[in-house]
Design a protein around this ligand. Sequence first.
Ligand code: ADP
Ligand code: MG
Length: 585
Amino acid sequence: MASIRFLEKQIIEKIAAGEVIVNPAAVVKELVENSIDANSKNIEIETDGGGKTLIRVIDDGDGIETEDLGVAFERYATSKIADSIEEIQTLGFRGEALSSIAAVSSIRASSRHKESEKGLAVSLKAGELISSEARTMQQGTIIEVRSLFFNLPARLKNMKKDSSETQAIIDASGMLALSHPEVSIKLVCDGKTLFHTNGDGLFESAATSIYGKKFVSSCIPVEFDEHPLYIQGLLISPAFIEAVPKRAVFINGRYVKSQTVNRAVDQAYFDACGKKGASMVLYLALPHKYVDVNVHPSKTDVQLSNESLITMLIKQAVTNSLSSVYVARQSAIEPEKTSVAMPVFEKAQEYFPAQAQAFQSSLGDSLLNDGLAADAIEAEPAFESLQKQTLAALSHMSYIGCAFGLYALLESNEAIYVVDTHAAHERVLYEAYLDSYNSKSISSQPLLVPVMLNMPPSQYQAIVSCTDDFNSIGYEITDMGDGSIAVRSVPSALSSAAVDNLLYSLADDLSSSGLDGFGQTRSEALIKKACHSAVRGDANISESELRPLLKSLAEASVPFTCPHGRPIISTISMKSFMRAFERIN
Ligand code: ADP
Ligand code: MG
C-alpha cells in the first residue's frame, strides 16, 4: 500500500504558522506591519498577559473591503502584489501572516474600508470562519487575537513568562514605532501605556518616546548622502557609551539586523575614538537591488549586496559625524581668541546640548566670559571647515621643541598645544595606506636583497597561513619551509620601516589572534597594526619634519585620534600656568 499521502490543509497551516508566528511579539509585528501598509496614521496596540490572553491592534488605515475580509485569512491571500520581488515597497508581501495567526488562535476581526459606509466583523477559530456580521465602526481595522497557540501544545508550553513575552512585545513595537516616525503608535500592556509616539515624522521624536530624552541628547546626529547610500539618524556620543548598546537599524523603512551595518559602525567608531559598542538609531536608504528582502518573513536578518562599498560608505558616515564631536571638544576646551571657537560651541549646543553643558561646567564660565565676544566673529564658517581651521591654526603656531622625544610642543597666544608625534604619524600613515588599499592602488617596493626571517612554529604558521592577506596589502612573502619566510617586496607606504621588526610583531599578533575584532578584514587589521609598528622608534621630531606631518594631519578624515583611538592633540592653557604660579585663582 502506498505510504505517501498529502497533508491536510489544517496541518499545513499549523506548520506554516509555527514557522512565522514564534511568539506573541511576532503577532504584534505582523498586525502592526499590516496597519502601516494600510496607510494608517494612528495605531494602537493593546496586549494582556504577555499577549497570551489578548493582542488587539486598532488602526485608522484604508480598511478591508467587506468581501475581502474572510479571504484575507486564507493562505497566500495578499493585496500587495508587486511586478517583481525587488519592487516590493510594502512591509508584507507573502500573504501568510493573517492565515498563520488565524490557524493557531481565536480571532475577531472588524474592518471598514475607506469607501464603505459600514464595516464587517468576522470571528474565526483555528482558521475556520465561525460568524460574520455587519458592524458600525470608524474607518480602519481592528484585529483581536485570543488563545494564541491553543492548538499547538508544544508551542504553548514553550511560551515564556508573561513579563518576558511583554518585553519582547515592547521591543518589537518600539522598533515598529522607530521605523515609522510618521505614524503615531501607542502601546498599552496590561492597561498601562508604555509609549505613545506622536507621529510627527521626526525620528528624534520617536526615539525620545522609545528611549527617552536623555538618550537622544547624548547622541550626535548622523547624516550622509553618497550614492547609493543615504543615512540619517543618531549615534551615541563617545562620552555616553552605554553598557548595553541600543541597536536600531532600519533599511528602507524595515527594522533589520545587519552584521554588515553593525560591523562597519563598530569599526569606524573604534577607529575614531577607541570605544566599543555604540548605541545607534540609523535609517539607511538603499536602492532595492542592494537589499535582499526575500528572507524568511519572521526574520529580520538582511543580506546586502556590494557589501564592501556599503561598508565603506557607512564608515565614512560615522567618521564624519564623530569628527564633528572632536572638533567641538577640542575647540571648547581651548578656544583661540581669533578663531572659530564660538560657532563650534554654538553648534555643539545645538547638536548635542548635554555635552555642551558638560564642557561648559567643566570650564566654569571661562569659555563664554573669556572675551570671546560672539561679534568678534564675522561669519559662521561651515561646520566641516572648522576642523580644518583648528588644525590650520596649529600649523602656524611657533614650535617650541619636542618633550620626552615624543611630544611636539607648539605655542599659541592662549595655550601650549601638545602633539603626540607617533600617534599623528600613525594616523596619517594609516589613512593613506587604507585609502590606497580601498582604491586597490597599493604600491609595492621590491627589496634588492630578499629579507629572510626565521620564526618559532606558531608565528611562522600564522604568517604562512595569511600570505594572501599580506599580498593584498603590498607584501610579497614566500614560504621557504622549516620556519623560514622570505620577504621580497614591502608596501611602499612602509618602505622606511625595519622589515624584520615589523613582521615579527605582526606574526606575534596573528598567532595570538590579537588582530581580531570589529569586523575589519584581516588585511585592514594588518594595515592598522603595521602602521602602529612602523612609526615606533623615531624620536625627537624636528620642525622640518613636524610641519608636513601637521599638514597631512589637517587633511586626515579623523585628525584627533590615532587609529587605536588615543588622542593626538592635547592642550595646556596659559591660564593653567597662571593658576599653577598663583597669578590668578
Ligand atoms: P500580506 O501582508 O503579506 O499581504 P497578510 O496575511 O498579513 O499578508 O494580510 C493579508 C491581506 O489582508 C493584506 O494583503 C491586506 O490586503 C489585508 N490586510 C491585513 N491587515 C490589514 C489592515 N490592518 N488594514 C487593511 N488591510 C489589511
Ligand atoms: Mg502582512
